[in-house]
Write a protein that binds this ligand. Structure first.
Ligand SMILES: [Zn+2]
Ligand SMILES: [Zn+2]
Length: 327
């Protein structure tokens, strides 16, 4: 673990990972015009949907966990004594990419934030203008190795960098950085930056945010070492096939959910920004069908942006999973 400045060498990459968006794009399928039309222009023509309603955050007792999906990969996780943000992004635009569904919350409506988890430095996950807008409460940022320099002017009291499988404990909560199959460079030449997912443990609850990841053996490893209760898994940006070198489709998310031995599958990373060529509404539709076919529909919780849901604690293996939307 490393706090503040300095350089930590990244773990050696075992396999060749895609280094940039260009690497992911099969040029024989898409010429620049088609690419621009599909990825940028189509979104420009699409009116932005979604409404921001002032949030109704629940009053929680010890052991209760509320999750609010802000949209894309952004979540607010709340306990009675801890508020955590993961990959907060409230942007309507990412450069030329238009957000076609509004973020479910405004930064101004957030409760005081104690902890911000940042899975990697890609612009849709590590969004500096969004981070600057967070409430001024004292807060800790935890992120993979090689990213701390990006966060120094963003108002964090402490910046913690972790290597894969390293943990950081503060008060009575613990965060562990888990491996993922993705890449960390924000620009082109900053391949030293890390990437991963997070496991957050507090009050006997264990929640996992996978960040961006292709399907890999990592999910089985997590399922063996520390099976999460709730798995926040990306299901968008998987078409064409070559994109699956860095992202999962709903079919692989269901596999990952089983590997993880989780009790809840909460999908994310779809619906807001057009990052690949599948239809924007395909991922959740396909995921629902797959969960039905696999007999795990009662483990699926598709959240609406901005609507908190309280997840009650269930003993592992016991029936009666309960997650209640806050009216
Ligand atoms: Zn990414
Ligand atoms: Zn992403």
């Amino acid at each position: 673990m490393k706090e503040q400045k300095g350089r930590v060498p990244p773990p050696r990459a075992k396999k060749k990972l895609p280094r940039s968006f260009k690497d992911l794009t099969p040029s024989k399928h898409f010429n620049p015009r088609t690419f621009f039309y599909e990825m940028v222009w189509k979104a420009w023509l699409t009116p932005r949907s979604g409404q921001i309603v002032p949030p109704n955050f629940p009053k929680l007792s010890h052991g209760q966990l509320a999750l609010t999906w802000i949209g894309h990969a952004s979540f607010l996780a709340q306990f009675n004594d801890l508020n955590v943000l993961v990959d907060p992004n409230f942007a309507n635009w990412l450069f030329l990419l238009k957000r076609v569904k509004r973020a479910g919350l405004r930064a101004e409506d957030l409760p005081p934030i104690d902890l911000v988890l940042l899975t990697h430095a890609h612009f849709d996950h590590f969004h500096k203008p969004s981070l600057r807008k967070l409430p001024a409460s004292p807060k800790i940022a935890v992120m993979p190795w090689g990213m701390g320099d990006l966060a120094h002017d963003l108002g964090f009291d402490r910046i913690i960098e972790l290597q894969w499988w390293e943990s950081f404990t503060h008060k009575d909560w613990t965060v562990t950085l888990t491996p993922s199959k993705h890449w960390g460079a924000r620009m082109i030449h900053d391949e030293h930056r890390g990437y991963g997912g997070f496991i957050l443990e507090h009050q006997g609850r264990r929640i996992y945010h996978a960040g961006d990841s292709a399907y890999s053996h990592v999910f089985k490893e997590i399922g063996r070492k520390c099976p999460p209760e709730i798995a926040l898994l990306p299901i968008g940006a998987y078409y064409p096939e070559s994109f699956r070198r860095a992202h999962m489709g709903p079919d692989q998310a269901v596999k990952a959910f089983k590997d993880l031995k989780a009790q809840w599958l909460v999908p994310m990373h779809y619906g807001a920004f057009r990052l690949a060529f599948e239809d924007m509404d395909e991922p959740p539709r396909w995921l629902r069908e797959l969960c039905q076919a696999n007999g795990v529909s009662h483990h699926l919780m598709v959240l609406d942006e901005g609507m908190p849901v309280v997840f009650e604690k269930t003993e592992r293996g016991k029936k009666g999973l309960q997650a209640v939307p806050v009216a």
